[in-house]
Structures are given as structure tokens and as C-alpha cells.
Design a protein around this ligand. Structure first.
Ligand SMILES: Nc1nc2c(c(=O)[nH]1)N[C@H]1C(S)=C(S)[C@@H](COP(=O)(O)OP(=O)(O)OC[C@H]3O[C@@H](n4cnc5c(=O)[nH]c(N)nc54)[C@H](O)[C@@H]3O)O[C@H]1N2
Ligand SMILES: Nc1nc2c(c(=O)[nH]1)N[C@H]1C(S)=C(S)[C@@H](COP(=O)(O)OP(=O)(O)OC[C@H]3O[C@@H](n4cnc5c(=O)[nH]c(N)nc54)[C@H](O)[C@@H]3O)O[C@H]1N2
Ligand code: SF4
Ligand SMILES: [Mo]
Length: 691
């Protein structure tokens, strides 16, 4: 590698592909070059990663703070001192008038570990508010809750990706990896080259499903019944691994009772998947020596996401496909730091190191590191959607760092209206997102290539992004923002702006917790291609594979959870006869705030669309490309029809990357999972007609 190149990682998804950045001219512009020595992606990148430097350009990003003028009502350029003082005044004033819990904080799973940690500490120590949550609640919270319940620990994948090609059979549930993590498709291709089998479960025949040996296309929202139906056949066919169940698990008898009620014909009626296909899936999975079930947002973003993931975990446990080499359940986490972002305290109920805010010992430990009284730490606050829903009523001022809920939150029209009703809104972002455009103060912050910091990828591998380029003048880092605000709010110490200093404190705060980073250093990360947590001391080699010697429960046994199927929060009826599901396309990322500013990506994915089956299109009378109106109980969205046989006849699909009239989240249902508080992004009832 030439000396001028800097090794770093992509700003977008949880694969955290390695890349090198090379200065193009004078050190202010960089280009991406292959980094073949990084094991996760071995040089491969998707279009988003390749074009990420385009968002560093001053032409598309924010370079000066903006403050809403009392005279014009518009956002106008301002100095940093003025902007920070306006925020400090806004937050302080709200607190004085309405109490600490009237001030909210909304974070993001794209923030580095250092930022997520500092943001959580800022909320609890400086603002003394319980009202902090983040967009990761919308992402993998159901899988996280199910992980905790079954295994006593939540790390998305309990094994590195490199194990996937060596297992016997993979069931991929509601993941469109080919579009959402393209370089990871290689692991599935290699699996099949090695003779392993791939089963994909998705209501759409996606690019990923096209790779499968078997594709099951259930009606959205019915994965729970499908998993129980498979487990029913496992029991009926005598394929339960009795020895594993007896020696390594608890609770099978209760779980088994629930399973027996889900006989195959009933499951076919609920899911639409023919019995022979369910049977074939069971034979494929049980026919291999080893196997994995991997879920993503399809089964998780449901109002029963936690139970659904629980049912898939039960299938793994009953067949002995967990806690053993080359077998297990895993969740494919989504955002760049989706894993680390859920461990270090920006979640409503959590302290650093994946500790519980309600645990007195955890409070004492973290308060000790922070130099505060444990009793002064607030308790758990509202979950993401509940927090957004409370804006303007109980929560009157909000600081947003790393999310664009105007586009990405469920029932987005309502959320937008709630944001507008705030007394005070501050947003730190790299671009003027739709949410930032509503703010009283907008702070322009640095991006991935302009700062150092760690992220933890979907494997639990802690990585280092290294600064490769100088940020434009006028831009500050999120850590500098928190340092400045803390200072103005009377906390001159405890919020260093230097990432390494924050990381060293995070290591101490996480020490002894479930997600223990104590032994991880920036130097080790670079030397070892990342370090897997838990890593309790510098002599520890890290933990790529979990649970082989026992699960993280008190007695070391995994817990079966008794679950039964239940309908979606909103079922179709005469007025809203079609199911809407939502998701992603390869060339846009999330709310699109970043990728909609890249010409090459916009050319590939210029706008929203409604994917529907030719039969449905014929019935309602629309041709390909014609405008379709999709209406739910929350609102109406219009986008061109994309007619394809690759989707069920009773279902339409919309990607959620765009604002405006084609915004998918205008339609979605904020019904929450009772345990994870995950909204039901993947199922709601709609009417579809020509616009
Ligand atoms: N290009 C791109 N890549 C991304 C992102 C992005 O925005 N764009 N975002 C990143 C993030 S944060 C995340 S969370 C991941 C998400 O990664 P994925 O989970 O792969 O993405 P989605 O498209 O949301 O959903 C996956 C699939 O679920 C299917 N599905 C819908 N309803 C159901 C259902 O009821 N059951 C089942 N089994 N399947 C269903 C959809 O048809 C879709 O193909 O992607 C990451 N990578
Ligand atoms: N209908 C529907 N809705 C969904 C989903 C779905 O499948 N269907 N998926 C959900 C999921 S899984 C997710 S993860 C959410 C994501 O939804 P969002 O939270 O909106 O995600 P992003 O678009 O990534 O927003 C990140 C924002 O932070 C900014 N940003 C990036 N890096 C930084 C940084 O370092 N600091 C600061 N201060 N800002 C930064 C970006 O410019 C952007 O404006 O959407 C959810 N919404
Ligand atoms: S797959 Fe994810 S991490 Fe890799 S280049 Fe694409 S967006 Fe970046
Ligand atoms: Mo996500």
C-alpha cells in the first residue's frame, strides 16, 4: 500500500467494508481504492461505498451553522458561538420551564462508538434526562430482544461471516443481502459452491432469493407461523436433537406445546406457503449436519418481531443448531455502527457495555467512571417512536444527531407534524436533511473520512475508521459539538473532543459488562483487522465465536420461549385489501439524506416506486410506469408502478428512501412490538388505485 493511502471503512452499512482512501490533489479530495487485505469484503464494494467521497464535497454538504431567524423565519448562516449558545439556551430554557424530561435526544446507529457513548453520557449527565433513544430501535431491536431472551446476550452474529460458507444449510429470513450488503453475497455463493444449501424466505423473489435452492414467499407478517410450522414438522418427524435439548436448553416442554398447535395445513392457510414447500425446507435444514438461521428486517420489523425471531431461535435450539461450531442463529444488523450503537448507552434503557439502566450495580459502575452520584442517573425513557409521538406535548425540545425521522419514522406525516410543534429543535448533520430543515439550529458536522473513531460491524468486530482528509473550514465533529454544549451547560470536564480519549473512557465504562471493550485499543484494531468483543483485557484475543462453551444465561443454558402466531396489528379488509411492505434498493441508503446527493446513485435509483404483480395491476387498471396511489389509514402516497411477477399478488412493496409525495412512511403503521418497541414497518393494509 502506498504511504499516502489511509485505511478506513465505508460510512454506510453494517458490513463496514474496508477501503483505502487516496488523496487526489491537495489533501482535501480523496478517492476510494480497493483494500483487498481486509477479510470481510476483500476489496469488493457496492456502488454506495465506491461513491461515498462525493458527499464530502462542499457542494452538497453543510459547511456553516444555520440558525432560524426571528425576523425572516428562515434558516440563516451563523457563527459557531451563536449557534451553540442558541442550543444551550433552548435546552436550558425548556428544562427550567418544564423539567429535565421535557428535553429529548434522538441518536443514530450510524454514529461511531465514541459518539454514541458521548451522546448517552451527555443526555444522562448534562441534561439529566431519561428521554433518549435512537433509530436503531427501528432497525434490529426485535432481534436484540430475542437474543437477550434466549441466549442472555445480544451480538448480531455469534460467528464471523467466514463461517457461513462452511455450514450445511442457511435459512435467510427477510434479508435482501444482494441489495443491502452486496459484497456479502459472496459468502452465500461460496456456501453453495461447497455443496451447502440456501433457503430464502421473502414475499418477493429478490435478487437474493434468485440465488436460493428453495425460495418460500409467505404473506408479509406471517413468519412466526412459518417458523412454528417448520418446528411442528421437526417434532412430528422425530428430528428433535433430544440430547442437545436436554443438556443445553431450558423450557422445551412449554415451547413444544405451542408448536403442536401449528399443524402444516393451518400454517399453509396463514402464510400462503404450500405444505410440500414447508416440508422441503425442513428436510433441507435437518438433512445437513450443521445449519444457520439468519434474519434481517423482514421478520423483525413487525409488531410481533421479538416472538418471530424467538420462533426461529427455537427451531435452531430444537435441532441442536446453536452453540456449536458452524451452527447458530444470527441477525444481520443494518447500520454502519448498528451493533456498537446499541451497546454504549444511546438506547432508552441502557448504559455503556450493554449494561441495564435499571441494574443498581451497573449504575454504580458507570456513575463511578463518570464521577457522578448513581442516584442522579435518570431511569429508562421512551422508545424511539413513543419519544417522537410525545414531541410537542411531554417533550418540548429535541437534539437530533444521526437520524432523519421525517423520512424514516413510521407514520411520518404525524412525526413531521410533532417535530414542527416543538418549542426547540436542534439537528447536527452532514447535510441539510428533511429533519434538519425543520430545526431552529443546524450544526454542520464532520464525516467518516474526516475523523477517526470506531464502529462495530455486524459480526461484533470492532473496527477503526481513520481520518484521511481535512474537513472544510466551518465544520466541527459531533464530539466537538457535545464538548461545546456541555461546557456551556456547566460541564467543562468529561466531554473530550478527541476520539481516542473518549474510547479509552468507553473501555473503562464497558469493562465487566456484556459488551466488554476493555482490552481493545486503536493499535490492536489496526494490527488485527478488528477485534471481536467481548475482549476484557489487552492479553485477551477477542471472541469471534460465542456460546460454544455455554450460553450467556445464569446457568449457561439457552432458553426456549413459548410463542404462538398472532395476526399483524392491521389486517387487510374490504376497504384496504392489499398488504404494503417496505424496504430498500441497492443504490440508495436509508432516508437517502446522503445517497440522494450522489449523481451516480440517483441515476441508478431516481425515485420511489410501487412494486406490484401483473394480476393486481390488471385488476386495478394500471400499466407499468403509470402513477399509482397507495392509501392507508395514515395517509396517501403516489409513485410510478413497477410491475413484476417477483412479488405476491396480494402484496405491494415500496422502498422508503424518499421524502415528498412518494414517501413510503406516510403509510406505515406505528404499531409497536410489546417487548422491543419496534414499529411494524413491514406490514400494513392499503388500497391501491391509479392516481
Ligand atoms: N442499499 C442499501 N443497503 C442497506 C441499507 C439501505 O438503506 N440501502 N440499509 C442498511 C440497514 S440500516 C439495514 S437495517 C439493512 C436492511 O437489510 P434487509 O433486511 O436486507 O433490507 P429490507 O429491504 O428492509 O428487507 C429485506 C427483505 O424483507 C422482505 N420482507 C418484507 N416483509 C417481509 C415479511 O413479512 N417477512 C419476510 N420474511 N420478509 C419480508 C422484503 O421483501 C425485503 O426483500 O440494510 C443495510 N444496507
Ligand atoms: N418504511 C420503512 N421505514 C424504515 C425502515 C424500513 O425498512 N421501512 N427501516 C428502518 C431502519 S432499519 C433504519 S436503520 C432507519 C434509518 O433511518 P434514519 O435514521 O433516517 O437513517 P439515515 O438516513 O441513515 O439518517 C442518518 C442521518 O444522519 C446523518 N449522518 C450521517 N453520519 C452522521 C454523523 O456522523 N453525525 C451526524 N450528526 N449525522 C450523521 C445523515 O446525513 C442522515 O441525515 O429507518 C427505518 N425506517
Ligand atoms: S456493502 Fe455496505 S459497507 Fe460495503 S460498500 Fe456497500 S454500503 Fe459500504
Ligand atoms: Mo437499519
Amino acid at each position: 500500500m502506498a504511504r499516502t493511502e489511509t485505511s478506513t471503512h465505508c460510512p454506510y452499512c453494517a458490513l463496514q467494508c474496508g477501503m483505502n482512501l487516496r488523496p487526489v490533489t491537495d489533501g482535501t479530495v480523496v478517492e476510494v481504492v480497493e483494500r483487498t487485505d481486509f477479510p470481510v469484503n476483500r476489496g469488493a464494494l457496492c456502488g454506495k461505498g465506491r461513491t461515498a467521497p462525493a458527499v464530502l464535497s462542499s457542494a452538497v454538504r453543510l459547511t456553516v451553522p444555520l440558525v432560524r431567524s426571528a425576523v425572516s423565519g428562515e434558516l440563516e448562516p451563523a457563527g459557531w458561538d451563536e449557534a451553540l449558545e442558541r442550543i444551550a439556551d433552548g435546552l436550558r430554557g425548556t428544562r427550567a420551564a418544564h423539567g429535565a424530561d421535557a428535553v429529548g435526544v434522538f441518536g443514530g446507529g450510524g454514529l461511531t462508538n465514541e459518539k454514541a457513548y458521548a451522546l448517552g453520557k451527555f443526555a444522562r449527565v448534562v441534561l439529566a434526562t431519561s428521554q433518549i433513544d435512537y433509530n436503531g430501535r427501528f432497525c434490529m431491536s426485535s432481534a436484540a430482544a430475542a437474543h437477550q431472551r434466549a441466549f442472555g446476550l445480544d451480538r448480531g452474529l455469534p460467528f464471523p461471516l467466514e463461517d457461513i460458507p462452511r455450514t450445511g444449510c442457511v435459512i435467510l429470513v427477510g434479508s435482501n443481502l444482494a441489495e443491502t450488503m452486496p459484497p456479502a453475497l459472496r459468502y452465500l455463493t461460496e456456501l453453495r459452491e461447497n455443496g451447502g444449501k440456501l433457503i430464502v424466505i421473502d414475499p418477493r423473489r429478490t435478487r437474493t432469493a434468485e440465488q436460493a435452492d428453495l425460495h418460500l414467499a409467505p404473506r408479509p407478517g406471517t413468519d412466526l407461523a412459518l417458523a412454528l410450522g417448520m418446528l411442528h414438522l421437526v417434532v412430528a418427524d422425530g428430528r428433535v436433537d433430544e440430547e442437545f435439548v436436554a443438556s443445553r436448553t431450558n423450557g422445551w416442554d412449554e415451547a413444544r406445546a405451542g408448536v403442536m398447535a401449528h399443524w402444516p395445513e393451518l400454517v399453509e392457510r396463514i402464510t400462503g406457503v404450500p405444505v410440500p414447500q414447508v416440508r422441503e425446507a425442513v428436510e433441507m435444514f435437518c438433512g445437513a449436519e450443521t445449519g444457520m438461521v439468519l434474519t434481517a428486517r423482514g421478520p423483525e420489523q413487525q409488531s410481533k418481531g421479538t416472538d418471530t425471531v424467538g420462533a426461529w431461535i427455537n427451531l435452531c435450539l430444537a435441532t441442536g443448531r446453536a452453540g456449536r461450531p458452524l451452527s447458530g442463529y444470527g441477525c444481520l444488523t443494518g447500520q454502519g455502527n448498528g451493533q456498537g450503537g446499541r451497546e454504549h448507552g444511546q438506547k432508552a434503557d441502557q448504559l455503556p457495555g450493554y449494561r441495564k439502566l435499571t441494574d443498581p450495580a451497573a449504575r454504580r459502575h458507570v456513575a463511578g467512571v463518570w464521577g457522578v452520584d448513581p442516584d442522579a442517573l435518570p431511569g429508562p425513557g421512551r422508545s424511539a417512536y413513543e419519544l417522537l409521538d410525545a414531541l410537542g406535548s411531554e417533550v418540548k425540545a429535541l437534539l437530533v444527531m444521526g437520524s432523519n425521522p421525517v423520512v424514516s419514522a413510521p407514520r411520518a406525516g404525524h412525526v413531521e407534524e410533532r417535530l414542527r410543534s416543538l418549542d426547540f429543535l436542534a439537528v447536527a448533520d452532514v447535510v441539510l436533511s428533511e429533519t434538519a430543515a425543520l430545526a431552529d439550529v443546524v450544526l454542520p458536522v464532520t464525516q467518516w473520512a474526516e475523523e477517526s473513531g470506531t464502529t462495530t460491524n455486524l459480526e461484533g468486530r470492532v473496527l477503526l475508521r481513520q481520518r484521511a482528509v481535512t474537513a472544510p473550514e466551518g465544520v466541527r465533529s459531533d464530539l466537538e459539538v457535545l464538548n461545546g454544549l456541555a461546557g456551556l451547560l456547566g460541564h467543562g470536564k468529561g466531554f473530550p473532543a478527541e476520539p481516542r480519549e473518549v474510547f479509552d473512557e468507553l473501555r473503562r465504562a464497558s469493562a465487566g459488562g456484556p459488551a466488554d471493550y476493555a482490552g481493545i485499543t486503536y493499535e490492536r484494531i489496526v494490527a488485527e483487522d478488528g477485534v471481536f468483543w467481548p475482549c476484557p483485557d489487552e492479553g485477551h484475543s477477542g471472541t469471534p465465536r460465542l456460546f460454544l462453551d455455554g450460553f450467556a444465561t445464569d446457568d449457561g443454558r439457552a432458553r426456549f420461549v413459548p410463542v404462538t402466531h398472532r395476526p399483524a396489528a392491521e389486517e387487510t379488509d374490504a376497504e384496504y385489501p392489499v398488504v404494503l411492505t417496505t424496504g430498500r434498493v441497492v443504490s440508495q441508503y436509508q432516508s437517502g439524506a446522503q445517497t440522494r446527493r450522489v449523481a451516480e446513485l440517483n441515476a441508478a435509483a431516481p425515485g420511489p416506486f410501487v412494486e406490484l404483480h401483473p394480476r393486481l395491476a390488471e385488476r386495478i387498471g394500471v400499466a407499468d410506469g403509470e402513477a399509482v396511489a397507495v392509501t392507508s389509514r395514515r395517509g396517501r402516497a403516489v409513485a410510478p408502478a413497477r410491475i413484476t411477477v417477483a412479488i405476491r399478488q396480494d402484496t405491494v412493496f415500496m422502498p422508503f428512501h424518499w421524502a415528498g409525495g412518494g414517501r413510503a412512511n406516510t403509510l406505515t403503521n406505528p404499531a409497536l412490538d410489546p417487548i422491543s418497541r419496534m414499529p411494524e414497518f413491514k406490514v400494513c393494509a392499503v388500497r391501491v388505485e391509479p392516481a
